[in-house]
Ligand binder design. Structure first.
Ligand code: PEP
Length: 229
């Protein structure tokens, strides 16, 4: 199966920068690519060659939820899926396992794909709680063919620290024993460390933050993934 490389742009790139990215981005056959721009740039990105995912979604169809966006609205725009449960949502915006479950279920019910993020903090890893945390986070995720899990150790996101390929492999094997799905690795993935990480048997792709912002480096990651598929 082809590796899946998903780019999470976080709160970077308005519509103008989004279009400029696509002018410089190319990916070969043999890799599945997803891009997750911020809400305001989704419309500019939809219609490009690659599936576009949102970075979050609300579970209600509509209602008095200021600042939120529903799955139906994303579908109307031509968006094909969404991230849920990113650690920055859990850390800064009070996301819980329960709200992650609700968001994932609503997205899947609307026909969207889902990349659901799980991962332990540094304190949890040091306390030997990684397995328990991942088991708890994965337990709430719906079983659905359109759901992919991203293992993102929180201490490796945007920090330049990366899990060793063995750490990633162990976590992925655990997740796959709990949930039959593709599992992406996320946390400071860049062209320099991609071969080792993506080369492990249970690493089915990557969720990439920083290195997805630059068209050349994201193109290079996609080429590497295609060569390993
Ligand atoms: C992310 O945002 O999901 C992520 C993994 O970020 P980075 O690659 O910058 O660590």
């Amino acid at each position: 199966m082809a590796k899946l490389i998903a780019g999470n742009w976080k709160m970077f790139k308005g519509p103008v920068e989004t279009l400029a990215f696509f002018d410089g981005f190319e990916a070969p056959d043999g890799v599945d690519v997803v891009l997750c721009p911020p809400y305001v740039s989704l419309e500019a990105a939809v219609g490009e060659e690659w599936p576009i995912y949102a970075q979050n979604v609300h579970w209600a169809d509509e209602g008095a939820f200021t600042g939120e966006i529903s799955a139906r609205m994303l579908v109307e725009l031509g968006v094909e899926g969404t991230l849920v449960g990113h650690s920055e949502r859990r850390l800064y915006f009070g996301e819980t396992d329960e709200t992650v479950r609700l968001r994932a279920e609503a997205a899947l019910a609307a026909g969207l794909g889902v990349i659901a993020c799980v991962g332990e903090t540094e304190a949890e890893r040091e306390a030997g709680e990684t397995e328990a945390v991942l088991t708890r986070q994965v337990a709430v995720l719906p079983r659905h063919e359109a759901l992919v899990i991203a293992y993102e150790p929180v201490w490796a996101i945007g920090t330049g620290k990366t899990a060793t390929p063995d750490m990633a492999q162990d976590a992925h094997a655990l997740i796959k024993s709990l949930h039959e799905t593709r599992v992406l690795y996320g946390g400071s993935v860049k062209p320099e460390n991609a071969i080792e990480l993506l080369g492990r048997p249970d690493v089915d792709g990557a969720l990439v933050g920083g290195a997805s912002l630059d068209a050349a480096s994201f193109s290079s990651l996609c080429r590497i993934a295609a060569s390993l598929s």
